[in-house]
Design a protein around this ligand. Structure first.
Ligand SMILES: [Zn+2]
Length: 414
């Protein structure tokens, strides 16, 4: 069982309340427990009104208010301590008012621990049929019923206030990596203006922590400017947005190395939508505390399993009579109970248990990675881990021994 489970799902309202009322009634406390002597990696703990989570942390993604096919008990058993849900999807269906009426997102997801919602910004800019973008917001066509929907800073806050997550995100504009420089400039100007509007329209600042998002593409100066202006607004935490959107590993590493230093050390730092194990390990070394990505569940549903030796595609004929588990030594439910051959059969027979079990394994793989990262930071061995652990080389498009590359995140709906 994961080592950090005991504190993960303790609702801990008492502790959280004590922390909140003890200081300035902040909805979030970040405690830095240890830092790496040779990199910017740090071990910490974030406490919210729904309990705490250890950092560096990985958040499984529950796009529609559920992590596809996975029960909350299974998420807890896999070591997940905080989940993410998407504002864009939930505002369109069933609508935040319905979620609020059902008792908020924690009740809908049957998850008593911390939850983070994004602002809807990333998805509206990357997925939606955009009608108009102005300095005040975005008008887009709903993919559910074709109606015209407006999303702006105030609306994003109103929706996230109703959804009721512990951590909510400021509305930002995220251009693609190859957008022209003037578009990144405009996006930063809007992101800063919208961040201010989010702070002003946030109705539950004592219950929901609000994070600002740093944009600026791969322009270090623009990122520094964006970070400085957001830091002056004093958010509860900060995210690096607009990375892992096609700029490549080296550019992302450079932006993190230059960008994280502009963020205060006493607040959590979140790298949105990242990523592969190699990206996560590198970003931890740059001082990032929080991650989310659809890869473990999306790839799991497609029969692609993560292992330390490289990706395993369970539909591959080589696994037909394989009696061993997905990954030797893995303590997840799938690896303790099922052979690769059985899982392959489930995928070919169209049985839903195949996608569920491989998702369970992949979520546990990511949580084991994070638990190991936390352990080695605590032991002062993070730099050695970064150099020697094979998981720190598992990236996009990297061919691994005996198997194909990991499937890229190429669909839009989680
Ligand atoms: Zn496993």
């Amino acid at each position: 069982m994961p080592d950090q489970l005991p504190n993960s799902q303790t609702p801990a309202p008492a502790g959280a309340a004590a922390l909140s009322s003890g200081s300035s009634a902040k909805p979030l406390q970040f405690q830095q427990l240890q830092s790496c002597a040779n990199t910017s990696a740090r071990l910490g703990r974030v406490t919210t009104p729904h309990g705490s989570f250890d950092t560096p942390a990985f958040m499984p993604v529950g796009t529609q208010g559920t992590v596809k096919g996975i029960l909350p008990d299974q998420l807890r058993a896999a070591g997940a301590q905080i989940l993410l849900a998407n504002t864009y999807h939930l505002m369109l269906r069933p609508g935040s008012a319905v979620i609020a009426q059902l008792g908020d997102l924690h009740r809908v997801m049957a998850w008593e621990g911390p939850i983070l919602t994004d602002s809807g910004g990333f998805q509206v800019f990357s997925l939606a049929d955009l009608n108009r973008i102005t300095d005040s917001g975005v008008i887009f066509k709903s993919h559910i019923d074709g109606s015209m929907v407006t999303l702006d800073a105030a609306k994003s806050m109103a929706v996230q206030n109703e959804l009721g997550a512990d951590i909510i995100m400021a509305f930002d504009q995220c251009p693609s990596a190859d957008a022209p420089p003037e578009m990144h400039r405009t996006a930063v100007d809007r992101t800063i203006r919208w961040a201010e509007e989010c702070l002003q329209s946030h109705q539950r600042p004592r219950e929901q922590a609000l994070f600002g998002i740093v944009q600026g593409g791969t322009d270090a100066q623009l990122r520094a400017e964006c970070a400085a202006k957001l830091v002056a607004m004093d958010f509860d935490g900060y995210a690096m947005g607009g990375l892992a959107v096609g700029e490549g590993f080296d550019a992302m590493q450079r932006m993190l190395a230059e960008g994280v230093g502009h963020l205060p050390s006493d607040k959590p730092r979140y790298l949105m939508g990242v990523g592969y194990p190699r990206d996560i390990a590198m970003a931890v070394a740059s001082g990032i505390d929080m991650f989310d990505c659809v890869l473990p569940t999306r790839n799991g549903r497609n029969g692609h399993a993560f292992t330390a030796d490289g990706p395993v595609r369970l539909r591959n004929s080589v696994h037909q009579r394989e009696t061993g588990p997905i990954e030797a030594g893995c303590d997840c439910y799938a690896c303790r109970n099922y052979s690769r051959g059985a899982l392959r059969h489930f995928f070919f027979a169209g049985e839903m248990l195949g996608p569920i079990l491989v998702s369970v394994h992949n979520i546990r793989f990511y949580q084991r990675l994070m638990a190991d990262i936390r352990r080695v930071i605590g032991d002062g061995q993070f730099e050695t881990f970064l150099r020697e652990d094979p998981r720190c080389r598992l990236g996009s498009g990297v061919p691994m021994a005996g198997e194909e590359t990991i499937a890229a995140a190429d669909t839009v709906d989680d």
